[in-house]
Design a protein around this ligand. Sequence first.
Ligand SMILES: [Zn+2]
Length: 153
Amino acid sequence: MKKSPQERKLERLLRSSKFSASGFMGNDRRNLWEIIDEDASEIMRAGKTMEEIAQRMRQITDTAKKGLGDWVHVSKTIKASVDDNRGTIPCPWPHHIRSLKRITTVQHIPTETIIRWSELNIHLIEEHGFFEGRGSAFRIEPSILVDILFPDE
Ligand SMILES: [Zn+2]
């Protein structure tokens, strides 16, 4: 399918380092729509929706905020800390949304896997189904995220 000028512009923005050092696409060779499609299938296979994932991420951030930068045990398998980075970052999609730069770091206690997200990641997942490209600093692998967020399922 031919891309519209808006889509081309968006992809250029996502590949640039205007918003974050490695850009949102990292070194991923797939185009934006391929990345979004593949991640959406992964989430569907896991039986989840973007809304459920975003909601759980937000709950974890909200609980961890109380630690004021220290680890908070969110559940039996998760501890998290929130770094209160001031300032906001714009969503690259053309709708004038800004997100806090706040970073949540999550440790999956049984495997010691660490993942992290910014408020913008939550927005990008919820509104745009975008987990960022491979190699970008804030790419979150959907399968790993789902395993950590929903450990009992
Ligand atoms: Zn947006």
